[in-house]
Design a binder for this molecule. Structure first.
Ligand code: ADP
Length: 515
């Protein structure tokens, strides 16, 4: 308020100053100027004042100009009398010019103010949208919206009260601290929330309240209210400030609703997914664990019961079955546990620069038994760069891919492992000469629990449809990707690409050398 009055006073002072200056100029130049020139100079001052200031100061300038012109320059001098009636026309022209100019200036100024206000509002709305996109949690969004509303109303956000969660549009729990200690604020807040309209100073509702209440209302829901205490220097926000606040509040409420909808959607999806996982785990446990368990139980009890009657070779065979089936069960349980870790996002990748052939070597060693029936060919160029990997995890990828190659291809068919540098990364391929992946299932096979049609002799092929999902989880956690292509010699060619981005090479090299 003070600021506005001072601005007004400055305009009046300016108007007086302008005419004083014009009068001084005319006094100095009166010997050289005709009276009409002097009239023109005063007219110029009037035009200047009318073009620059509001109507009041402009009118004052006009009257002062007429008075000064008449008093000092129109005969008889130094009186307000006028000898020649023609001067009245000059005075009238001055007045009309001032009025017309004033009107035009006011209109232009109004338009400029409107445009400025629109721009301010659009900028605030744009900034809010941009900032909302940067924050993720609902609480951060709420804080951001409150800050924008406080800025728009030129005050400080003291409370943000949201409708009871879970109960859309439910009545919030109203606080009683701070500005809420005032009954008027409580009443305003409840009214604003229920009606979805602003209340407080500068509005038609509860104008006497100590705080401004901005409702956050989306087209479908009452989200809550933001309470802003205006600055003491500006206790009643202007109409345009309220218009900006209302626009921002609508936008903020819509964003909050979108977030909560997205959250609920994600929750529902996670629940469905968790339910599917439970079902699949149960079926997998009941089938894939029970089969080897039953075999182990059978073999072990035969050994116990008929031990004496059995020839030594049968002993060995039964023991081998027990070992093999235990091995299958261990792998299955291991895969299930890995899966849970991948699912929970708890896959900690400890990258260090490693030669791939070492990791592959360890995997091949572990699968020595199973790989016996398949000639293995490796194509690893000597100049293959070191790759930043978690060797235990990448070893798991090799294990799963090689095991699949063994499981799903006829005995005797070769398995080829190759690697090469490509596009700033390294691509690894595990190719077999089996039946390949059914067309259209290239992405599906990476899905949890997905198992493509099993080969005729499927009896020996156990699995839970988790191996490839785990591979993908591990490769993605390394910043890479995994996919399958039809192999050059028939069969499936599983490829994964690992980027060459990792910890500084120096540190890793000492790691490797240390090893
Ligand atoms: P699992 O082997 O336990 O079934 P995976 O996730 O490892 O699960 O594989 C998913 C499916 O992809 C398998 O059931 C199989 O049908 C198919 N598959 C995987 N590897 C191969 C391969 N090398 N050749 C043919 N089919 C394969």
């Amino acid at each position: 308020m003070d600021g506005r009055r001072w601005a007004q006073q400055r305009e009046y002072l300016g108007a007086v100053g302008t005419i004083a200056l014009a009068a001084l100029l005319c006094l100095l130049l009166r010997a050289r100027l005709q009276i009409t020139d002097i009239g023109m100079l005063f007219l110029l001052a009037v035009v200047f004042a009318a073009g620059r200031w509001h109507r009041g100061p402009a009118l004052l300038a006009t009257l002062l100009a007429i008075a000064a012109f008449d008093y000092g320059f129109v005969p008889p001098y130094y009186t307000f009398g006028v000898s020649d009636k023609a001067y009245f026309l000059t005075f009238a022209v001055m007045l009309v010019v001032a009025l017309v100019m004033g009107r035009l200036t006011a209109r232009i100024r109004e338009q400029a103010e409107h445009a400025e206000e629109r721009e301010r509002r659009a900028t605030a709305a744009y900034n809010l949208t941009r900032d909302l996109a940067d924050v993720e949690s609902r609480s951060e969004q709420v804080a951001l919206i409150a800050r924008y509303l406080a800025d728009a109303l030129g005050g400080e956000a003291t409370h943000t009260i949201l409708a009871s969660p879970g109960d859309e549009g439910g009545v919030p729990a109203w606080p009683s601290d701070g500005v809420f200690a005032h009954v008027a604020v409580r009443v305003a807040a409840i009214w604003a929330f229920e009606h979805g309209e602003a209340a407080g100073p500068g509005t038609d509702q509860c104008a006497e309240a100590e705080a401004c209440i901005v409702p956050l209302t989306s087209p479908t829901h009452r989200v809550g209210v933001v309470v802003v205490r205006p600055a003491p220097t500006n206790p009643v926000p202007s109409g345009s400030a309220w218009a900006t606040a209302r626009a921002l509040a609508g936008q903020g409420a819509a964003a909050l609703e979108r977030t909560s909808l997205a959250d609920r959607h994600a929750e529902a999806r996670m629940e469905i997914e968790a339910e599917r996982l439970r079902t699949a785990l149960l079926s997998s446990l009941s089938h894939d664990l029970r089969t080897p368990l039953a075999t182990i139980e059978g073999a072990a009890s035969t050994l116990l019961r008929d031990s004496a009657a059995l020839p030594p070779q049968a002993h060995a065979e039964l023991a081998e079955t027990i070992v093999e089936e235990s091995h299958r069960m261990t792998r299955l349980v291991g895969n299930l546990l890995d899966m849970v870790r991948v699912e929970a996002g708890g896959l900690a990748v400890k990258k260090s620069w490693q030669p791939l052939e070492e990791t592959l070597g360890v995997a091949l060693l572990r699968l020595e038994e199973q790989l016996k029936g398949h000639p293995l060919v490796t194509h690893l160029p000597n100049d293959l760069p070191l790759v930043p990997i978690d060797e235990l995890l990448v070893e798991q990828v090799f294990l799963n891919l090689l095991e699949n190659a063994v499981k799903y291809t006829p005995a005797g068919t070769p398995i080829e492992v190759s690697a090469w540098a490509e596009n700033g990364g390294v691509v690894v391929e595990v190719a077999d000469h089996g039946p390949g992946i059914p067309a259209g299932a290239e992405r599906e096979i990476f899905r949890k629990f997905y198992r493509a049609a099993q080969p005729e002799d499927g009896a020996r092929v156990g699995g839970a449809g988790l191996g490839l999902t785990i591979c993908e989880g591990i490769v993605v956690a390394h910043g890479g990707r995994i996919w399958v292509e039809p192999g050059a010699g028939g069969g499936a060619a599983f490829r994964f690409a690992l980027p060459l981005e990792g910890p500084p090479l120096g540190a890793a090299l000492t790691d490797v050398v240390g090893d």
